[in-house]
Structure formats: C-alpha cells, structure tokens
Design a protein around this ligand. Sequence first.
Ligand SMILES: Nc1ncnc2c1ncn2[C@@H]1O[C@H](COP(=O)(O)OP(=O)(O)O)[C@@H](O)[C@H]1O
Ligand SMILES: [Mg+2]
Length: 275
Amino acid sequence: MNNPFILEVKELKKYFPIRKGVLRRITGYIKAVDNISFSIKQGEVVGMVGESGSGKSTAAHSLIRLLEPTEGEISFLGKDFLNLKKQDLRLHRQKLQMVFQDPLASLNPRKTILENLGEALLYHKLVQNKQEQIEAVAHILERIGLPKKALTSYPHQFSGGQQQRLSIGRAIALKPKLVICDEAVSALDLSVQAQILNLLFELKDTYKLSYLFISHDLAVVRNFCDTVLVMCKGKIVERGEAKRVFEHPNHPYTQQLLAGAPAIFPKRRSKSSKS
Ligand SMILES: Nc1ncnc2c1ncn2[C@@H]1O[C@H](COP(=O)(O)OP(=O)(O)O)[C@@H](O)[C@H]1O
Ligand SMILES: [Mg+2]
C-alpha cells in the first residue's frame, strides 16, 4: 500500500532557553512548539491558525530545519527527515519549499529574476545549462502571470503582489511536493490577496502540490483549506475539517478566536463591490 501521507509530524517540540544573569544560566524554556503531531496527505491543504506568538512560524521553521527541533519525528516522503544523509537532505530540501510573508526574504535584490529563480535550478540539477535555465524560468513566469521580459528585471521593479508571485515562482520552479506558506498573503491588499490565493490554487492543481497554509486570518484559511489545525501556546488545541471547525468549533480557544474576529467573516462580496 502506498503511504497517502507526504508529511508526518510526531510529538514535535521546539523549546527556546531563557537565560538570566551574568552567567547566562538557563532559568527556563519558552515552549514555542510543545508536542504537536499532524500529517499532510498528497494534494491536501492544511491550514494552521492561531494568534500571534502561538508557535506557527517556529513550527514551520522546524519543519524545514531552519531551526533544529528540540524533540520529535518528521517523516517527509516516507523518510526520517531529521536523520537524513547529506545527499538525501538536499533532495528533500528541494521537495519542501517555503513562501514567507515578506517576498524579499527569498529574493535577492541584487540579482535579476532569472538569477533569483534560476540559480537553484542549476544547483539542484533540474536544468543542465543556461539555455534550459532561461526556458524553465520563462515558463514559470508565464505560470505566475508575469511577462517574459521580467527575466532581466530586479525584484524592486515589481509591486508587492508581483514580488510575492515571484517568491511563489521561485518555490514552484523547484518542483516541490509540499509548500509551506507562512502568512504568505497577510501583507497584501485584499484584492491582491485573492489573486495570489487563486494562483496558489491553480499551481496546486497543475503541480499536484500540498500546502501547509499558515495564517492568522481565519477567513483566508476557511476558504482555502481542507483541514485546519488550531494552535494555542505551542499546542494544537483543535483540528478537523475546515468547514466543521469554523461552523462548530469545539475548543473554547477556537470559539474565542472566531468571536474575536467578526470582521473577517464578511458575507461573500458581490462581484460589483470593490475591495
Ligand atoms: N529565536 C527565538 N528565540 C526565543 N524565542 C522565540 C524565538 N522565536 C520565537 N520565539 C518565541 O516563540 C513563541 C512562538 O513564536 P512564533 O513561532 O513566531 O509564533 P507565531 O508565528 O504563531 O506568531 C513566541 O513566544 C516567541 O516569542
Ligand atoms: Mg509567525
């Protein structure tokens, strides 16, 4: 039987030491991620919600090993992600991409779009030469709705929404299986948010992607995700099908989160109303 899960996280913990005094002795720990377990199936969009400081970004950074987890197991594409050999780690890094809130976190302002999107393609040997690199990046530009002439432009020549398209393009170009989006649309205007979400949806279908979609914006998660994990103080306090969680939240924290954000459930705006 094929394993339907591309990612399985078991009892993941990330604690940050609190140091005090001249000797910088450890006096305690911030339990940023405190024993979370969840899994993501092929093609599934899993939302992670929770107020600021609930541990969402720390969880994401631990998953891509930007931070080393304190404890726990991460199985990605059937392999133990925390104990991979160097060669396998490289492949797995390629297959697990992240899109950040600030697109400039993944775009180098001094490099052209061709370099920004194309260098990793050469590194991961997805293209063999310059010509293939140009063709691959041009293809991605088309997919993310930017003109081919963008190849020779620099990130600052684009709007915030276009920059986020480019950072999504950079991730997608590497043919990932799972893309972690950490507040990827949070900094954008509502109308641009909708365009980027549409793009993510299209790309998901074309490339058979899965997403871990992290957002404090519950309305976005509700419309975009299949399942939802609700984070509170480093723990997952509720999980389930998105529709169920939003319509019948079980945990008081989820109820509070929903009640605290009445404005985020606008009636579906009619097509004529401008955002
Ligand atoms: N590098 C760090 N060192 C110490 N504490 C951190 C660090 N990164 C995050 N934290 C703490 O971990 C908790 C979770 O933060 P974070 O994962 O950024 O939450 P969220 O993304 O949900 O807003 C917070 O209390 C934050 O202050
Ligand atoms: Mg965060």
